[in-house]
Design a protein. Sequence first.
Length: 552
Amino acid sequence: MTDVASAGTAADDDRPELTNRQGHAVYDNQNQRTVGARGPATLENYQFLEKISHFDRERIPERVVHARGVTTYGYFEAYGKWGEEPVSRYTRAKLFQEAGKRTDVAVRFSTVIGGRDSSEAARDPRGFAVKFYTEDGNWDLVGNNLGVFFIRDAIKFPDVIHALKPDPVSHEQKPGRIFDFMSQTPESMHMLVNLFSPRGIPSDYRHMQGFGVNTYKWVNAAGETVLVKYHWMPKQGVRSMTAEDAANVQAYELGHATKDLYDAIRRGDHPEWELVVQMMSDDDHPELDFDPLDDTKTWPEQDFPPKAVGRMVLDRVPDNYFAENEQVSFGTGVLVDGLDFSDDKMLVGRTFSYSDTQRYRVGPNYLQLPVNQAKNARVATNQRDGMMAYDNGHHGENPEVNYEPSITGGLREARYPTHDEQGPEIHGRLTRKRIPRTNDYMQAGQRYLLMEDWERDDLVTNLVQMLSACDRAVQERMVWHFLLVENELGCRVGDGLGITPQEVKGLKPLAGQDLSDDDRERLARLGENPPRDVEGLTMTHCVPDERHVVTR
């Protein structure tokens, strides 16, 4: 039995040390540099910027992730209220203010890991990206169909995607690579419990939930801020497939979800989603057993009830698949007045990466393309030239002045207040640390206990099948994690692999891993402790699945 956790920390480890391409030693490849453990990331994060910008340029010409996707158009209609209160109490964003106010949208659904011509029935997270063409410019809400993600710090994004993608030698996607990484990344357990359950294969895009995943902020007219999470709930219901269902679909068609979506819109059966929002005060919430900025966690509905703020209807398909799907470009940094960023480390990293990869993949003037243009707001900028520039009408009354400030007719700064001094005061030294409250197992265990029996059976079957192709050391570490997630889950997966709790009980926590008191007690009693009590528990993404069996 091998202790995987000790492999990278032993004093006699003779593996080459990680460096960047300048030859600089990388002593911390796990955490961005921030102001305090949970404060904002700093711009001079050289290792992160080099790593993520190179990652954005690894593939030509398709997207690095979300390569297979489909775009449709429609509108968002605001309710004007937050529950019974006017939404203006919490955000000044204009698109939410008036009941019945409609905003045009473009929506792209996608798979994450597969290439542009891969199967839409694969087990894979799904992208759910919405571009709102508001009067204040575009707002992109870029999320997934599952409420959490694998990692909580964007510096690890290239690593998790590399592990999920085919290897660079044989170009095979290998379970051993996937679970080698996940076994060393306890924060991924919540996502894995979701991904390898039937939720990992939505029946199609119309019956799929969407989640912003990251934590954002709302800002009202007084500059007051609250933390928010966004969720899209399909009015058509939620449907998922087992692996057997998906195999039956894939045997006949690779693009079933695109066809289903286009066919529904063309026959007038316009799919609809309701946008619901969770909210909490803008502070670090020490009373919680998780950090609200951690994207591997959901916010319990009983504590932070979701409230509907509008609905989205899709009623039109593109005229040109390449121009409107392959070239549509989203970014988490595309926010309008009244919406803002939190210090969520994944959100901050994504905000650089998305726009950077669009400039590389589509070109520096990708925002001049019709599908990406701000349609309902005047654009005036001093950004000029670059490859494929064609729109020269955005430079003010005196186009010779392409700088600011100027008194000879150039552009000026906007006058309305942006309340740049907002939110809680931040105190902390520059550091590279994970957030203090991780609690990697509790919500994953709650998710497992909230499943129906057939969902648990499917989850265990899928995990055992994938882990059977992994090295013994990886299998043992994953069983160890699953025992901490939920005793029954660990025992069932271990039984399928021929590994008992007693065989992994001696494994030590991973280097630097933070275990809660509950986790340490469970570790001491691996294989013995009873299931957790989840009476009255609800979670944001726990809308029951309808088992979707496809017949031909």
